[in-house]
Design a protein around this ligand. Structure first.
Ligand code: C2E
Ligand code: CA
Ligand code: CA
Ligand code: CA
Length: 275
């Protein structure tokens, strides 16, 4: 039994080692990824709830790794956040998204996800301003999506930085609304322009009448507070119908379109031109 215990211990130890080794490998590869042009943005349409036509796109980062293939953000953003790598990735993302959007028809917006770490470690106001300047994108066409995790530490500093960006004319959206502990208190602390209802509520709305009641309540609160409201993760016609009935402004999800590669964009845009 003693020998068994020891080998179990060794097993866990070596498993931990290999996870750490894997993380370090990813981190080392990631250091050169921007210079090697391996990061790419895919763009998922946000559509108007009234006519289903796109109002803009959310930029979603992927890492085109030479041997691992297309790596989703869940597998490298958290690793990047443990060092200043997240600052380089964030700067690259904002710039690349603004550059891309500047070439789209002028009614279309681009939404960029900001990591809390990037936000805190950089002069984000200047980064946004220079991305807008370099690309020539109108500030009103840029949206910044932040999760409430951002507001937990140093809320005053974060609020000041958000205010700077908002003063440029950029839209600020609270992402994954409803998943945190204090979504409502953050609405009190900072003047968001928009909330994005988390996919978990949309998913539950299909089978759970309470989820539908909560969504109705969120929609009516958003109306009172004059906040725009987007629902993410819309996968069925039924969900889309319900969400537009309760007056969500925008919908996003696989039912309308998956994230598109830059190569897919022109055809999508052509097929969705407003009459
Ligand atoms: P998010 O901001 O909540 O983005 C939405 C995620 O849900 C995306 O996954 C998208 O592909 C997926 N999705 C969209 N519609 C549907 C649907 O109908 N059903 C289902 N099941 N999923 C749907 P993705 O691209 O893997 O991104 C995951 C997360 O990674 C994002 O969640 C965001 O938090 C983060 N992320 C993505 N791009 C960036 C970035 O450039 N910077 C930072 N810091 N984080 C990013
Ligand atoms: Ca987002
Ligand atoms: Ca989201
Ligand atoms: Ca989400």
């Amino acid at each position: 039994a003693k020998a068994d215990g020891r080998s179990t211990h060794r097993f866990f130890e070596s498993q931990m080692d290999s996870e750490q080794r894997e993380r370090r490998l990813i981190e080392a590869d990631l250091r050169g990824a921007i210079a090697r042009n391996e990061l790419v943005l895919h763009y998922q349409p946000l559509v108007s709830a009234t006519d289903g036509l796109p109002t803009g796109f959310e930029a979603l980062v992927r890492w085109n790794h030479p041997t691992r293939g297309l790596v989703p953000p869940a597998e490298f953003i958290a690793i990047a956040e443990q060092s200043d790598l997240i600052v380089d990735i964030g700067d690259w993302t904002i710039n690349a998204a603004c550059m891309a959007a500047a070439a789209w028809p002028a009614h279309l917006t681009v939404a960029v996800n900001l990591s809390a770490r990037h936000f805190r470690r950089s002069d984000i106001g200047r980064v946004v301003q220079s991305a807008l300047g370099n690309s020539g994108l109108a500030p009103s066409r840029l949206e910044i999506e932040i999760t409430e995790g951002l507001l937990i530490e140093n809320p005053d500093e974060v609020i000041e930085k958000l205010g700077e960006i908002r003063a440029l004319g950029v839209t600020i959206a609270m992402d994954d609304f409803g998943t945190g502990y204090s979504s409502l208190s953050y609405l009190l602390k900072f003047p968001f322009d928009k909330i994005k209802i988390d996919r978990s509520f949309v998913e539950a709305s299909t089978s759970d009448p309470i989820a539908r009641d909560i969504l109705r309540a969120i929609a009516s609160m958003a109306k009172t507070l004059k906040l725009k409201i987007t629902a993410e993760g819309v996968e069925t016609a039924e969900q889309a119908r319900f969400l537009s009935e309760i007056a969500c402004h925008q919908l996003q999800g696989f039912y309308f379109a998956r994230p598109l590669t830059p190569a897919d964009l022109p055809a999508y845009l052509l097929s969705t031109i407003r009459p």
